[in-house]
Design a protein around this ligand. Structure first.
Ligand SMILES: [Zn+2]
Ligand SMILES: [Zn+2]
Length: 150
């Protein structure tokens, strides 16, 4: 099947919720850790053993186009998905890839400042924080044999 054509059609027609897609959506909503497609696939497979990774991918694309979930395009190349479709920022561990929500309010002012200052029509902005998660911070300080409070 032509995947690109499939997605183009999605814009023209309202997709009806298939039972498969419903299961995928339910699994994403259960996962609070910004799962990758692979992680969602593993969870969905427990309910639908015969589903393929490609089908999961395609349905995730449709769900994010429909605004049911949010696709996160973070720097670490793996696409992650978020049940929370509200505008919010993320913080990513540079060592293990864990993604948490960054608890600060979106900065609408940034976008407002750009209006008129560029020939572009501003659609939005992305801001990604990077750091080390608690587990990785601990592991690194063990590796270096360097206690955090010297
Ligand atoms: Zn980490
Ligand atoms: Zn999030």
């Amino acid at each position: 099947m032509d995947e690109h054509r499939d997605i183009t059609l999605a814009k023209k027609h309202i997709y009806r919720m298939t039972p498969q897609r419903k299961v995928i959506l339910e699994e994403v909503r259960k996962m609070n850790n910004h799962p990758s497609a692979d992680e969602i696939y593993e969870a969905v497979r427990k309910k639908l053993p015969r589903i393929s990774l490609g089908t999961v991918y395609r349905n995730l694309e449709i769900l994010s186009e429909q605004g049911e979930i949010q696709k996160l395009e973070l720097t670490d190349s793996v696409n992650r998905y978020d049940w929370d479709t509200r505008k919010h920022y993320h913080i990513r561990c540079v060592r293990c890839g864990r993604v948490d929500n960054a608890p600060i309010a979106p900065m609408q002012q940034l976008e407002n400042e750009l209006y008129g200052a560029t020939v572009f029509t501003i659609l939005g902005h992305r801001l990604e924080f990077i750091g080390l998660c608690p587990e990785c911070s601990k592991k690194l300080s063990c590796l270096k044999n360097n206690p955090p409070d010297k």
